[in-house]
Design a protein around this ligand. Structure first.
Ligand SMILES: *[C@@H]1O[C@H](CO)[C@@H](O)[C@H](O)[C@H]1NC(C)=O
Ligand SMILES: *[C@@H]1O[C@H](CO)[C@@H](O)[C@H](O)[C@H]1NC(C)=O
Ligand SMILES: *[C@@H]1O[C@H](CO)[C@@H](O)[C@H](O)[C@H]1NC(C)=O
Ligand SMILES: *[C@@H]1O[C@H](CO)[C@@H](O)[C@H](O)[C@H]1NC(C)=O
Length: 510
């Protein structure tokens, strides 16, 4: 379909080009878009004071979409009798022109003004005809639309999910200039300006105010005065443009990373799981109270495209829901010390963090003194591998979270287990707080969890999922240790036979 369309398009262009040769001064058009070539580019620049040029590669899917949008914009501009002319350069055909204009991105759009070939205005990535038109409009006229009545207001506030409206008693005030400059800097949101009394009354506003209107409803307002600076307005808009809780995705990612707020609370959650709504609501409630101090971000663990960010934070989907605070200034992370996610717990955690009292999540805690003289060995990130993956020891490890009461309830059992095996040199009973220590192991389930690392085999891990009682654990360990021993013996036997065979073969050859 796409290919067919493109072929028709090129055929059309080809025919028209042939016809146009007779008239050397007119430039061929294709659906109101000038067909620009190395031969006519300079002429087009002379003829059109404002020439918006689209550089595209006809056979790429990405370009095809933008060709259609560009044509739509050309038609709209022609209808509006705009001074701006649109032209296209097929970079596959016009290699020389493409190179001499130093174009680096395909597709891309540039605006050439007053016939100047060397200093075009580089357009942002304009995805559709509407944004091409908006961009051109803002460049030329005032950066904010003047709203003079309620009908126009209704239309304006419906333009986008978030619009910025400046209400000023007199449109000649200096602050209005500041507002326009702000609009120039924030080209991704629609700006409107009004001095109309009816609009002041509608929003119950009396003084000069900048109002954010979200989904057609007034959301946040900022009373401005003669001392208000552009940076104050930019800060206000950038701060409140985000939702209370922003879902992380391809569209929001850059806004999140460029946010003016540097403390981010991340909620890793499975959106399709029961209980999602409740957690989300708690999160939102807390977000409201901490706006401007902490930015709340939700990451859906059931979304495959979030794999990279989860890997970065070393969060596995089985561990959701999980809450992490990140300080973007120094990239230190803090883990919510609870498995409760109600509004109160989340708020307490944020406040303790803001007050400098939260405990950072570390790769490893320092190795505790006398860690191996107690019956139950206390492991940390730094000594975990050395102890657990040991040829000569069978190691049973309790992975726990220090804040979880379910975890702590198992400590007495662990003491009992250590006591039970106190005469066995080759058995180690250990535990590790996995919320303060990273272990390079797929735990695959929530804490507390129990795993056996049998001797003999490095890297073998056997999870235990039976009753959390002494007898069944002891039985499980004995069985697994025996099994590992037998398998090892069998392997030894095979190796011996193999070696014997090799020796025999060598002898025969001699
Ligand atoms: C392209 O780049 C070269 C080298 O930087 C420069 O000399 C030339 O003027 C540029 N051409 C245009 C049209 O910008
Ligand atoms: C509202 O203002 C717009 C723009 O100035 C104008 O075109 C329109 O006719 C006005 N509508 C009413 C109802 O006054
Ligand atoms: C999310 O929850 C749904 C429903 O419980 C489940 O089917 C799915 O496997 C979960 N996804 C992940 C990545 O855990
Ligand atoms: C975040 O990190 C910066 C830089 O280390 C530090 O100055 C600031 O206090 C930290 N914020 C909090 C709330 O801990």
């Amino acid at each position: 379909m796409k290919v067919c369309f493109t072929l028709c398009l090129s055929l059309c262009v080809y025919l028209r080009e042939a016809l146009a040769e007779s008239d050397s001064n007119s430039i061929l058009e294709d659906n109101d878009v000038l067909v620009l070539t190395e031969g006519n580019f300079e002429r087009a620049l002379k003829q059109h004071n404002q020439l918006l040029v689209h550089f595209y590669a006809p056979l790429s899917g990405q370009s095809l979409g933008s060709i259609l949008e560009f044509r739509e914009a050309a038609v709209a501009l022609k209808e509006a009798k705009s001074d701006v002319r649109l032209g296209g350069v097929d970079v596959k055909k016009e290699k020389g022109l493409f190179a001499s204009l130093n174009v680096t991105t395909i597709p891309s759009i540039r605006l050439y003004l007053s016939g100047d070939k060397n200093n075009p205005v580089y357009c942002p990535d304009l995805k559709n005809s509407a944004s091409i038109l908006t961009w051109l409009k803002r460049r030329k006229g005032p950066s904010a639309e003047i709203i003079s009545n309620l009908t126009q207001l209704e239309k304006f506030i419906g333009e986008d999910w978030l619009v910025v409206l400046g209400l000023f008693k007199g449109l000649e005030e200096d602050i209005v200039k500041v507002f326009y400059e702000t609009a120039n800097d924030i080209a991704d949101l629609p700006f409107g300006v009004t001095g109309h009394d009816e609009i002041f009354s509608k929003y119950e506003i009396s003084g000069d105010t900048v109002l954010l209107i979200r989904r057609s409803k007034p959301d946040k307002q900022f009373e401005v005065g003669s001392s208000t600076l552009k940076k104050d307005l930019v800060h206000f808009i950038r701060l409140y443009e985000m939702e209370l809780v922003t879902e992380y995705n391809g569209v929001t990612a850059s806004k999140i990373l460029n946010s003016v707020v540097l403390n981010h609370l991340l909620l890793f959650i499975n959106k399709t799981e029961d209980g999602f709504e409740e957690l989300y609501h708690a999160f939102e409630t807390t977000a409201e109270k901490l706006r401007g101090k902490v930015m709340f971000v939700m990451i859906d663990v059931s979304e495959p495209r979030n794999g990279r960010i989860m890997e970065y934070f070393r969060v596995r989907s089985e561990e959701a829901p999980q809450v992490r605070m990140v300080n973007l200034s120094d990239n230190v992370q803090y883990q919510l010390p609870s498995d409760q996610f109600d509004a109160h717990t989340v708020l307490e955690f944020c406040l303790s963090y803001l007050g400098g009292k939260a405990k950072p999540k570390l790769q490893s805690e320092p190795i505790p003194e006398n860690w191996d003289t107690q019956p139950v060995k206390e492991l940390v990130g730094m000594n975990f591998e050395k102890v657990a993956f040991n040829h000569n020891r069978n190691v049973i490890v309790l992975f726990y979270a220090h804040w979880s009461s379910e975890s702590r309830a198992l400590f007495p059992l662990w003491e009992e287990l250590a006591e039970h095996f106190s005469e066995h040199e080759d058995i180690v009973v250990a535990k590790i707080d996995v919320t303060s220590n990273d272990v390079n192991l797929h735990l695959g389930e929530k804490y507390p969890s129990i795993k056996l690392f049998p001797a003999v085999y490095v890297e073998r891990v056997v999870p235990y999922s039976g009753k959390r009682k002494l007898k069944p654990i002891v039985t499980f360990m004995k069985k697994e240790i025996e099994k590992a021993k037998k398998e090892k013996a069998k392997e030894e036997e095979q190796r011996k036979t193999y070696l014997d065979n090799q020796k025999a073969a060598v002898k025969e050859e001699l």
